[in-house]
Design a protein around this ligand. Structure first.
Ligand code: GLV
Length: 314
């Protein structure tokens, strides 16, 4: 068995796979062409086109992340090769922390206190009961589910939304177009954790953002493509006026249409936008490697398991 690994710190992944499969040849994508050729498996995060096209014998591709958008968008992706992806290899916990931080940031007015501090203004803000702060969570995959239930345990009413009907203890689950309207109409804070697929791209444009209650906030740790950035800037209102707010009160954004977010993006300078550099839920090495080892065993034993459906994009 030959495995080619393509990711930052690939040598650490290779060492772990070497250990788990002593008879296998495990190389990184920076090995020579001869060493890479005729691999059985590619374990990769956002592989370059050449790496996909040079491989003609692949039995499987293991996506070293939860989102498969970059892989599926690659013109080099071979047809018919089964693809598997990391499914909450320990990302859900950090993601829930990130989202909880964001919800509390707006719920307890830390955005307003930051502004007041710049003006040396001492004004305690009123605290609403959590029961009056419904949080919408769009996307109830392995990570979205955990986030939704963490918020529910923290005391917030949670409105979950997915394409197909789901049931989750403690979460008021909605689905389909009408379900989305119901969630948007009530969410004081909206969290987007959907994959980037043809159906979700641009999901939140001007019309849907306007459906949110006046003064709602947005947290996007999912994918940049879910949100029309121009519509978001419009909904946030005047960037020159620190105190004014548009229909939306603020946004915490971790992902963008273009990453790194270009220095010229007005999002960087908007006073009501908080930006983090796609760090909400880094892939933890140990959990991820265990999943990759499990997948390789399953592939080699011809077991059946869930693969990515390129048509739906997840
Ligand atoms: C990170 O963004 C991932 O998809 O795992």
């Amino acid at each position: 068995m030959k495995v080619v690994v393509h990711i930052d710190n690939a040598s650490r992944w290779c060492a772990a796979l070497d250990n788990a499969f002593p008879a296998a040849t495990v190389v990184t994508s920076s090995a020579s062409a001869g060493e890479r050729q005729d691999a059985d498996y590619l374990a990769a995060w956002a592989p370059p086109t050449w790496l996909l096209t040079e491989q003609t014998q692949l039995k499987g591709i293991i996506n070293l992340g939860a989102g498969v958008d970059a892989l599926l968008a690659s013109p080099g992706l071979p047809e018919g090769v089964p693809i598997v992806k990391l499914r909450d290899a320990g990302m859900a916990g950090p993601m829930a922390d990130y989202v909880l931080y964001g919800v509390l940031h707006f719920y307890r007015s830390f955005d307003r206190y930051a502004r007041q501090q710049r003006q040396a203004r001492w004004v305690p803000q009123p605290v609403t009961g959590k029961a009056d702060w419904p949080v919408g969570v769009l996307g109830l995959g392995a990570i979205g589910r955990h986030v939704a239930q963490t918020l529910a345990r923290a005391g917030f009413p949670v409105l979950g939304w997915s394409r197909h009907a789901k049931h989750l203890d403690g979460v008021d689950c909605h689905h389909g177009e009408e379900g989305l309207d119901a969630v948007l109409a009530r969410a004081q804070t909206l969290v987007t954790l959907l994959p980037d697929t043809p159906e979700t791209r641009g999901l939140l444009g001007a019309t849907r953002l306007a459906q949110l209650p006046e003064g709602a906030s947005l947290i996007n740790p999912g994918r940049g493509a879910l949100i029309d950035e121009h519509a978001l800037l419009d909904a946030l209102g005047d960037a020159q006026d620190d105190a004014a707010s548009g229909h939306l009160r603020g946004a915490l954004l971790d992902v963008f249409n273009e990453e790194p977010l270009p220095a010229k993006s007005p999002l960087w300078r908007h006073p009501r936008v908080l930006i983090t550099p796609h760090m909400s839920a880094p892939t933890p090495l140990d959990g991820a490697i265990d999943q990759v080892i499990g997948y390789l065993h399953a592939f080699e034993a011809s077991e059946t398991f869930t693969t990515v459906d390129p048509a739906t994009g997840y």
